[in-house]
Design a protein around this ligand. Structure first.
Ligand code: CA
Length: 236
């Protein structure tokens, strides 16, 4: 049975880990957005210039005002697209058709015109995440640092060397690699790898993860997030 969940699928209780970059030079709007995102469980990082925005990367999601003091917002969209895979929603007072089309052409995922409700914004963020997730889930190869997961052949390579993994180890790394940087709970991993009708101690996962870590070496790091689960990250 295929229990895979698309990448970017918004899991209840998981939004808190998501770093949202708010690029907005209007301090009142920036702080209102910052507070609202915190209330919704996101982890916002607020900056007022394009330069600071680029310095704040990597993040998981970007909310971008087009009218910035140091650089045109549309230029910044194009630049962000070159250096960051994070989805971008343009949040701006400009709402002309020309700007809208230009922003989306340059790679923004959606567009919200001020004034807007926070609920609308969050709904749009979630819609973008689902869309992006669908896109990524279709890809047969997933790369995280030096690690490459090939879903067609169910094989995992580090550089060009194929790792010898057990089916459970493969399923664990494949699931973690769908959403690198995000915390995956033990329960999610259990559901994905053992099936949601399986029940027993989630401690068993640690045994498989420990074996997996040995095989991965220092190509990627399966971090333990104490009391929660795991997160796949590139080595620092
Ligand atoms: Ca502005």
């Amino acid at each position: 049975m295929d229990r895979r969940v698309p990448v970017g699928h918004v899991r209840p209780g998981q939004n808190w880990a998501m770093r949202v970059l708010v690029v907005e030079d209007d301090k009142a709007i920036a702080s209102a957005l910052h507070r609202a995102l915190e209330r919704e469980g996101y982890s916002p990082v607020t900056v007022g210039t394009a330069a600071d925005a680029l310095n704040a990367l990597p993040v998981d999601f970007i909310l971008l005002d087009l009218g910035l003091p140091d650089r045109d917002g549309l230029e910044l969209v194009a630049r962000l697209r070159e250096v960051s895979p994070a989805p971008v929603i343009i949040v701006t007072a400009r709402g002309t058709e020309v700007d809208r089309v230009a922003g989306l052409d340059l790679g923004a995922d959606d567009y919200v015109v001020k004034p807007f409700g926070v609920r609308e914004l969050v709904a749009r963020m979630n819609a973008v995440l689902r869309r992006v997730g669908g896109r990524d889930a279709d890809a047969s190869d997933q790369r995280v640092g030096a690690l490459e997961v090939d879903r067609r052949t169910r094989s995992v390579r580090v550089e060009l060397t194929e790792l010898s993994l057990t089916p459970k180890e493969y399923a664990i790394i494949e699931f973690l690699a769908r959403d690198p940087g995000s915390v995956i709970t033990r329960q999610e991993l259990l559901d994905a790898v053992w099936g949601s009708d399986w029940y027993g101690s989630t401690k068993m996962i640690d045994v498989h993860v420990a074996a997996l870590r040995k095989k991965l070496g220092d190509a990627v790091v399966v971090e333990t997030v104490r009391g929660v689960g795991f997160r796949l990250v590139e080595p620092r």
